[in-house]
Design a protein around this ligand. Structure first.
Ligand code: FAD
Ligand code: SIN
Length: 538
């Protein structure tokens, strides 16, 4: 951290993906002092790997009602219709903002945007930059952040929030009756020490939790840190059982599950079984472009039926030049020994997106004063039981705009206070020489989640997962209080916390809806209700 400036900001943002960066830009433009802390290199985020694109109504044949209906349909009765309408309505304006920031979306020869199609969309509406949309957005946002005077700190891991309640417990006098955020503790990975940073507003923009599973499309940063941090200050999590499994990742025997964007199916590629039969048409009228939950379950069933460890994605019916339209997918398939133009790609589903998260209002506020959440970490009500493809980048950028406006008003109205925050005490513990405990527990967690909390669930499997994960939580917490913190310990602590919440949410839901399919309750319940799970007792 800069030694010249104090560790007090107006707004501290955790995470440098689309949500954190977009939010930071808008609040910094209003003249407030903003810092972003991010746990790895600044571009390392789920955002950076997004391929398909960002959904918004931009063509003459499309309209808001169609986008709303597709989102509600995919969400299987659990979306909040008002939220859906509000967020999607803002889409076209936020796309203009991205263009103004320098995102050069792919276009047709006549200058109109090139629009991709993905599962569940009734129209072509996915704006993209070939198949590297996320990287193009991340690069543009980072370039603009550098010009706005935002302090961006890489390799700082947010550990825990400091609230008024917590500070009082540690003997610090905090004026006022209301619990609220005062700042947070961060682990500086380069200096291997914990620092304290103060701010009246903290934004969690920490992304998803794909790393709770053995196989995931998510990079290593996606360890559910924001949900775990919020849970440790007493906030409930919403709809965490709805983990979206992306139907098509390149099959490999190691953990390298490279995504094959759904937009490939949007251009005519088809999933085929061992005999070469395009089996999706047996499962849904939209066949290969059915919503993702349907496609992932159909693949799961097909793999179990045939005994094959993968299905294949065949490209002969595609109308586009594969290497030109999908250069990133093409190169990555070649690297893995498959030329997708000539040979069907072996694919399997993998954990991809967390539809649930910290419940927020439409201004990103949470149940704790001063704490905001935006992006994949949040649960706004847009996605319901299953996110419509390419709606998440859109949600992040729309919500960041709304949240930034709310935070600026909050900061304008607030009374400044100076509170000496309690410092982090490391205790007299040695750096641990028992790393094997952590790696063993991590392996066990990921395998348990994959085997028992996957695409098809049952009460028995979930109960088995719950009992194993509760043991892991106990072991990791004991370890945590008796070792010096470091990155892997902090991540495993969060992963087991979030996994426990996911399993508890899944056990609560006594029906099959959207992404949550359980053999014990195969039908929809009469009424659609959100799941709220309180923090586990410690
Ligand atoms: P992220 O982009 O994941 O950023 C999270 C940030 O928080 C990172 O910088 C991370 O390092 C940081 N962080 C996390 N924890 C901590 C901590 N404790 N301390 C400090 N920093 C922390 N969605 C679409 O709409 N369209 C697509 O085409 C699409 N394709 C995808 C392809 C892939 C391979 C993946 C993985 C996802 C895809 N998604 C897509 C989903 C979408 O990319 C994400 O939902 C979205 O990018 C999330 O943005 P975010 O800003 O919330 O989080
Ligand atoms: C993809 O490109 O298939 C991923 C799109 C998404 O997750 O929204």
């Amino acid at each position: 951290m800069s030694r010249k400036r104090s560790n007090q900001y107006d707004l501290v943002i955790i995470g440098s993906g689309i949500a954190g960066l977009s939010f930071a830009l808008k609040v910094a433009q209003a003249g407030f002092r903003v810092a972003i802390f991010t746990k790895k290199d600044k571009a390392e985020s789920n955002t950076n790997y997004a391929q398909g694109g960002i959904a918004a109504v931009t063509s003459a044949g499309d309209d808001l009602d169609k986008h709303v209906n597709d989102t509600l349909e995919a969400g299987d009765g659990l979306c909040d219709p008002k939220v859906v309408e509000e967020i999607l309505r803002d889409g076209p304006d936020r796309i203009k903002d991205l263009v103004d920031l320098g995102v050069a979306f792919s276009s047709l020869e006549d200058g109109r945007p090139s629009l991709g199609k993905e599962g569940g969309h009734s129209e072509r509406r996915v704006l993209h930059v070939k198949d590297v949309t996320g990287k193009a957005i991340e690069d543009a946002l980072l370039a603009n952040i550098a010009e706005q005077g935002v302090d961006l700190f890489e390799h700082f891991f947010a550990i825990d929030l400091i609230t008024a309640t917590k500070a009082s417990k540690l003997g610090v006098k905090v004026p006022g009756p209301q619990d609220r955020v005062l700042g947070l503790y961060l682990y500086d990975a380069n200096k291997e020490k914990v620092v304290t940073v103060g701010a009246p507003v903290v934004l969690l923009a920490t992304g998803g939790a794909g790393q709770t599973y053995l196989y995931t499309t998510n990079p290593s940063i996606a360890t559910g840190d924001g949900v775990a941090m919020a849970s440790r200050v007493g906030l409930s999590a919403m709809n965490l059982e709805f983990i979206q499994f992306h139907p098509t990742t390149f099959h490999s025997l190691d953990n390298d599950r490279f995504l094959i964007t759904e937009a490939v199916r949007g251009e005519g590629a088809k999933l085929i079984d061992v005999k070469g039969y395009p089996f999706l048409k047996k499962h849904h009228p939209l066949a290969d472009l059915a919503p993702r939950d349907v496609v992932a379950r159909a693949i799961d069933r097909e793999m179990k039926r045939s005994g094959s460890p993968f299905v294949r994605l065949a490209t002969p019916d595609m109308k586009v030049d594969f290497p030109g339209r999908f250069p990133n997918v093409y190169e990555n398939c070649l690297k893995r020994g498959v030329n997708p133009v000539e040979t069907p790609i072996p694919v399997v589903p993998a954990a991809h997106y967390s539809c649930g998260g910290i419940p927020t209002k439409l201004d990103c506020s949470t149940g704790l004063a001063g704490l905001y959440a935006c992006g994949e970490v949040a649960c706004t009500g847009l996605h319901g039981a299953n996110r419509l493809a390419s709606n998440s980048l859109l949600e992040a950028v729309v919500m960041a705009h709304r949240g930034a406006e709310a935070v600026c008003s909050f900061l304008d109205a607030r009374k400044k206070e100076k509170i000496q925050l309690p410092v982090w005490v490391d205790g007299d513990v040695p750096a641990s020489d028992e790393r094997v405990v952590l790696s063993h527990n991590l392996d066990e967690l990921k395998r348990t989640m994959w085997d028992y909390v996957g695409i098809v669930r049952s009460t028995k499997r979930l109960q088995r997962a719950q009992s194993r994960i509760r043991n892991l939580v106990r072991e990791i917490n004991e370890y945590y209080w008796n070792a010096k913190v470091d990155l892997s310990l902090l991540e495993v602590r969060n992963l087991v916390c979030v996994a426990e919440l996911i399993v508890r949410s899944a056990l609560r839901r006594k029906e099959s809806r959207g992404l949550h399919y359980t053999l014990d309750y195969p039908d929809l319940a009469e009424t659609a209700e959100d799941t709220l799970v309180r923090p586990a007792r410690r």
